[in-house]
Design a protein around this ligand. Structure first.
Ligand SMILES: [Zn+2]
Length: 310
């Protein structure tokens, strides 16, 4: 236990819910809470709820005899971490919301604002499945596909806060339409939603990606084909990722990674077939589950404190 039992306030804001925690400097969680985001109420109301929840968490820490020392908030979409601004988010509705300044002022504490997937990648790289590696690509595969490239414990943000959008690597020109408006993006073929949708299109029965994986394992030819297409497109995307980043470890998270060996076995083979002179990365499942984003928010808060004390 650190002196004065210091904690940081951490919030991972999603389209439907917020995962919140009080986290010690060693990464251990002492308290968790969940709240509804209520995105349908509009971005101002959501920002208000984020600040109220953060204040509530700081109060909870003090009531338990702990000292809140900083706050970290992560949100989806495009996030300018240098300026602390939530630039754009489709599912929360943010347009240029200066959340870091708002939180810092409201709490009277140093604050950090980050991107949910980059923060999740940071946590996996420092505390989770990538902790033995210095160069990690974290890929979250759920309704979409996004990634974080973490080097030396820090996730690259990009010049405009949009680094790591590997879901929009073009893998199948003229293929299925993506949410971004183009056709053939990786996430339009290999995201959990895309796999369920593709099987439903072909079979006429609504299905989840997990069911497609089960049916493929049981020998359903249609499921085998849909799963194979998704794994091959994912291998194409990861091969591009490896050409760009040359990491030692790729950590796969999100719902699709729960397919376990049904995903990892064929994916390793397909990726190996695509690599020429690039070294094959270790391909592992994420460790931290849906806590990763919240732990990443805590790490960003702690990093902010470390910078200030330098
Ligand atoms: Zn796209």
């Amino acid at each position: 236990m650190s002196e004065r039992d210091e904690v940081v306030v951490a919030l991972d804001v999603g389209g439907t819910g917020m995962k919140c925690a009080l986290v010690r400097p060693d990464g251990s969680t002492v308290h968790t809470e969940r709240h509804a985001t209520g995105a349908q109420r509009g971005p101002e109301a959501v920002a208000g709820t984020i600040l109220d929840v953060a204040v509530g968490l700081a109060g909870k820490a003090r009531a338990d005899g702990r000292t809140p020392v900083a706050c970290g908030i992560v949100v989806p979409g495009v996030v300018d971490e240098a300026r602390g601004v939530a630039v754009w988010s489709a599912n929360v509705g943010f347009r240029d919301v200066p959340l870091r300044e708002l939180a810092g002022t409201r709490l009277g504490l140093p604050a950090a604002l980050g991107h949910d997937v980059r923060a999740g990648g940071l946590a996996e790289a420092r505390l989770g499945a990538g902790r033995e590696a210095d160069q990690v690509l974290f890929v979250a595969i759920g309704t979409g596909i996004a990634a974080a490239h973490v080097v030396g414990g820090s996730a690259a943000t990009g010049a405009h806060g949009a680094a790591g959008e590997i879901g929009h690597i073009l893998v199948r020109p003229g293929g299925p339409r993506c949410g971004c408006g183009r056709t053939g993006c990786l996430e339009a073929v290999s995201s959990a939603s895309a796999i369920g949708r593709r099987y439903a299109e072909l079979s006429g029965a609504p299905t989840t990606a997990a069911e497609v994986a089960d049916r493929a394992a049981a020998g359903d030819p249609l499921a085998v084909e849909v799963w194979r297409e998704a794994v091959e497109a994912l291998a194409d995307g990861l091969a591009t990722g490896q050409a760009l980043y040359d990491v030692s470890t790729v950590v796969l998270g999100g719902g699709l990674a729960q397919a376990g060996p049904r995903l990892f076995g064929p994916l390793r083979t397909a990726l190996r077939e695509r690599l020429t002179f690039h070294r094959e990365p270790r391909l592992v499942a994420a460790d931290l589950g849906d806590e990763a984003g919240c732990l990443g928010a805590a790490l960003l808060a702690l990093d902010t404190l470390a910078k200030e004390s330098r």
